[in-house]
Design a protein around this ligand. Structure first.
Ligand code: CP
Ligand code: NVA
Length: 342
């Protein structure tokens, strides 16, 4: 029996380094099979429920494609036309949907919500993003990292994450680094915010115990000899949409943009640039979100968290990351629904 059978995928810290390496290996195999048109449909007859309380392009499509490729059926639910977390409690939804489906994906606000769903479900529950964590994204990122290193293992790389360090991507990267042991630099003028959130506080505690995770506001130290630079959008879903708050954040993060000069500071011509997406890199696209005054005051003509130039450069492996979500999500679904080794 494979070791992931019947298990939830809620956070990376529920898994060991060996587990994560194994999931990456299975994803590689599935990716290869799909590329050579030799994929076997092993999930025929399985029914999968996808719940999205927040918007999604990549994660939803990856779950759907993974299911289509494997012959599983899907239902998509959001909060507008279902009772989830409104008239019906998560505890009830978990028990009802467990009677109808074989597996459940959830993207929602709080990590505690998915933990409730998992507690009362009798089927595997997979995390499609919460305010605190985005483990399915990071598994795709680890596969992408593996595909882009020569003569190194994942645990030997230096990854520099720059920008908003208080979000689901930075927290999940901290989890990944503390499990796998790669060197992680979080580069920002922000401090990690300890609050009353159990999950975040546990992550920060773990980080303090790891000697391979560092926080710095110094760009040179942060990216020197890095193999990968990673950034995320400065305004995550669910953050209050207020120009005043956004301006404060821009002011703090303005000098923590992924641009050509940052790449040079790495002293690595072959540095790879990562972004989970969506990204505000194209002026004509994001200008509608801000006032002309903000754009001019902070000189935001060339991108926010990343310049369009770097986004489109040969260093960028951003679209490879996006595609890899299909293969890693497929590995998660298959290993938790099938007893056999994949
Ligand atoms: N990276 C990611 O999770 O993208 P979506 O929000 O489009 O799913
Ligand atoms: N931090 C971002 C990630 C999007 C995939 C957000 O939560 O909106």
């Amino acid at each position: 029996m494979n070791s992931f059978y019947n298990k939830h995928f809620l956070k990376l810290s529920d898994f060991s380094k060996e587990n994560l390496y194994e999931l990456i290996k299975i994803s590689e195999k599935l990716k290869y099979k799909k590329k050579i048109f030799k994929e076997e449909k092993k999930l025929v007859g399985k029914n999968i429920i996808l719940i999205f309380e927040k918007n999604s392009t990549r994660t939803r499509c990856s779950f759907e494609i993974a299911c289509f490729d494997q012959g599983a059926n899907i239902t998509y639910l959001n909060t507008i036309d279902s009772h989830i977390n409104d008239k019906e409690s998560l505890k009830d939804s978990a028990r009802i949907l467990s009677k109808m489906y074989d597996g459940l994906e959830y993207r929602g606000k709080y990590q505690k919500n998915i933990e409730i769903l998992a507690k009362y479900s009798t089927i595997p529950v997979w995390n499609g993003l919460t305010n605190e964590l985005h483990p399915t994204q990071i598994l795709a990122d680890l596969l992408t990292i593996k595909e882009n290193i020569k003569n190194k293992e994942i645990d030997q790389i230096k990854l520099s994450y720059i920008g908003d360090i208080n979000n689901n991507i930075s927290y999940s990267l901290i989890e990944a680094s503390s499990i796998i042991g790669f060197e992680l630099y979080l580069i920002s003028s922000q401090k990690l915010e300890l609050g009353n959130n159990l999950y975040i506080n546990n992550i920060i505690k773990k980080m303090k115990k790891s000697n391979n995770i560092h926080i710095t506001s110094n760009l040179n130290i942060g990216v020197k000899n890095a193999d990968f630079i990673y950034t995320d959008i400065w305004f995550s879903m669910g953050e209050e949409k207020s120009l005043e708050l956004w301006e404060k954040k821009i002011k703090k993060l303005r000098n923590y943009q992924v641009n050509h000069s940052l790449l040079k500071k790495s002293h690595n011509n072959n540095i790879k640039v990562m972004h989970c997406l969506p990204s505000l890199h194209l002026y004509n696209h994001y200008k509608k979100l801000f006032t002309k005054e903000i754009i001019s005051k902070y000189n935001l003509y060339n991108g926010l968290e990343i310049t369009d130039e770097v986004f489109e450069s040969k260093n960028s492996i951003i679209f490879q990351q996006a595609e890899n979500k299909i293969h890693t999500i497929k590995a998660i679904i298959m290993t938790s629904l099938l007893k056999e080794e994949i």
